[in-house]
Design a protein around this ligand. Sequence first.
Ligand code: AMP
Length: 214
Amino acid sequence: MKIIMLGAPGAGKGTQAKKIAAKYQIPHISTGDIFRANIKNGTELGMKAKSYMDAGGLVPDEITIGMLLDRIHEADCQNGYVLDGFPRTIPQAESLTKALKEMGESIDYAVNVDVPDENIINRMSGRRACLGCGATYHIVYNAPAKEGVCDVCGQSLVLRDDDKPETVKKRLQVYHEQTQPLIDYYKKEGVLAEVDGTKDMEEVFQAIVDILGA
Ligand code: AMP
């Protein structure tokens, strides 16, 4: 099963994507995670991506599309995958559709996790990420056992540069301009499914499972 998660930054699509990956035993592919891993490892790709990410903008399509297409051609993607944070622009979606078509394949579901902007700003300012393993928390909704410390690896938790309020506003603007049009794109492709992302995390997941099938 090939699934795309759509939704504003902070809508909870990453959390849902991880749960989908675990339930349906398919890889969770987050372009944001791939960029962050590259930044941490000091690669050339990471250096190119960092300035765009810190400013709340999108990494250019020339960099992002090739990276994602390489990833979905890897062996673990044979039975499908859940894409989290890709596509984010119409050219990215068109490149994906074309690449899949060449393999005789297509996306099964594009799940839009719908959350209004006000909720997003509130949620993201409380987000904390681990510097060590990348695990994410929320100071109210998903707090670590010990404040400021990762439950998984014990390293420090920080507010990511791209989760800072001024960056979040910019990211939302970028979302509305460049990513929201994908909702219509996938509606036309006949694969769009919508869920109410303001609900409790488990309720949102159940709504998604109802769509994808148990
Ligand atoms: P995320 O973890 O999905 O919120 O992504 C964090 C940041 O990585 C975004 O704000 C972008 O700067 C960059 N990024 C992730 N995915 C993409 C993409 N598909 N296209 C362009 N930039 C991306």
